[in-house]
Design a protein around this ligand. Structure first.
Ligand code: SF4
Ligand code: FES
Length: 383
């Protein structure tokens, strides 16, 4: 199939993206209160159709994308997932499925393997069945996830466990790492919750104490030493206790683009929190034009937009000033230094906030749900 010509938009000073995060749908059987999806979820009726997604993949491949991350919500909620995987593989895109791993029959997994799926990332909410169900808002979630993980490995697919950690499950971190080993995973990503979307709404219920964070660092460092060559352990620390920020998205408009269920294209999954940015839609503009020419992608690309202290900081090409969305959410200014950086004037207040929230009894969760536009709050514990 002829691919769209991306070269008409190419500019020598801008590298093409490496990865495309395709949020195929916001529908999901789970209701994790730390979901990074926006509070306003996209309805099924607004989702891109199969042919529209295929065209997005065509345009992504022509633009230079190599890795396709099929995400959501829960991407297997799309009945056309196998067709989309097969199409992406015909374009030689590396296909990674990011899934909750519940309610997926083995026949479906067989069809995905047949279509050319190359890697699975499976979320694990906890190693304790009750804890897993409580976070997921879904019954028997752990048993279903374990069965799915075993089915993935039985088919020879590489597996990464995504273990999101917070104050309620951090004390079981060793067991999560042990589970990854037992399941034959190649990799586990131990990621402290990042506070965007639903996670921000639930921050006071999730943020760990500093002591919990420090212990998690010790656990990860020890496991890395002991399991070297057997299991790769990625570790994402909580921004609120960090000294330097993460290089969010490896720089705005630098490596990755995100296409939402309705075709809206953003430099990251949370960019909608930044007022004044207009995000183009693949229904209206070619992906290459969006990448090279849109205001939304150009706005924080490079370092020219930076204020002090980032502007003159030797790390500005290393962490790109941290996260623009977090700067907006915590400092009220998307051009500000990410308050995760200790050079930010907002840093001390953010640390104090984390210390205060983490040592106060946690409020009930606000679950992520589409449920007719309503939200669901966990019942308060009876004491
Ligand atoms: Fe990074 Fe800016 Fe902090 Fe320097 S001042 S470390 S560039 S966030
Ligand atoms: Fe948007 Fe970090 S999440 S730039």
């Amino acid at each position: 199939m002829p691919q769209p010509d991306a070269t008409v938009f190419a500019r020598p000073e801008i590298e093409p993206p490496i990865g495309l995060l395709a949020e195929l749908t916001h529908r999901c059987p789970l209701q994790c209160p730390y979901c990074s999806n926006p509070l306003e979820l996209v309805r099924r009726s607004a989702e891109l159709a199969t042919d529209e997604w295929k065209r997005v993949f065509d345009e992504a491949a022509a633009l230079g994308v190599l890795q396709l991350h099929l995400s959501g919500g829960e991407p297997t909620a799309r009945p056309d997932l196998e067709e989309l995987v097969a199409h992406a593989r015909s374009l030689e895109l590396y296909c990674n499925l990011i899934t909750a791993g519940v309610g997926i029959p083995e026949t479906r997994l067989d069809a995905l393997v047949e279509a050319g799926l190359e890697h699975v990332q499976l979320s694990i909410q906890d190693v304790d069945p009750e804890g897993c169900d409580r976070i997921a808002g879904y019954r028997d979630s752990l048993a279903k996830k374990l069965a799915f993980a075993r089915a993935v490995r039985a088919r020879g697919l590489p597996l990464t466990l995504n273990a999101v950690v917070h104050r309620h499950n951090l004390d079981r971190l060793e067991r999560m790492i042990g589970l990854a080993l037992e399941l034959g995973a190649d990799r586990i990503e131990v990621a402290h919750v990042q506070y965007y979307g639903w996670a921000l709404a639930n921050r006071a219920a999730l943020v760990p104490t500093r002591a919990q964070l420090e212990r998690s660092i010790e656990v990860v460092e020890r496991a890395r030493r002991e399991l070297e060559g057997r299991l790769v352990i990625d570790f994402v620390v909580p921004d609120y206790y960090a000294r330097r920020p993460k290089p969010c998205m490896n720089g705005w408009g630098r490596a990755v683009l995100t296409v939402g269920p309705d075709g809206r294209v953003m430099p990251c999954h949370s960019a909608h929190v930044i007022p004044g940015l207009v995000f183009p839609n693949v229904r209206e503009m070619p992906l290459a034009e969006i990448w090279y020419e849109s205001d939304a992608f150009g706005r924080f690309r490079g370092t020219g937009w930076m204020k002090e202290p980032c502007r003159s900081c030797p790390r500005r090409e290393i962490d790109f000033g941290g996260c623009r969305c977090q700067a907006m959410l915590l400092a009220g200014d998307p051009e500000a230094t990410d308050p995760a950086c200790e050079l930010s004037p907002h840093h001390a207040a953010v640390v104090a906030l984390a210390e205060s929230e983490s040592t106060t009894p946690p409020p009930p969760f606000l679950y992520r749900t589409l449920a007719g536009g309503r939200t669901r709050r966990e019942p308060a514990p009876t004491v």
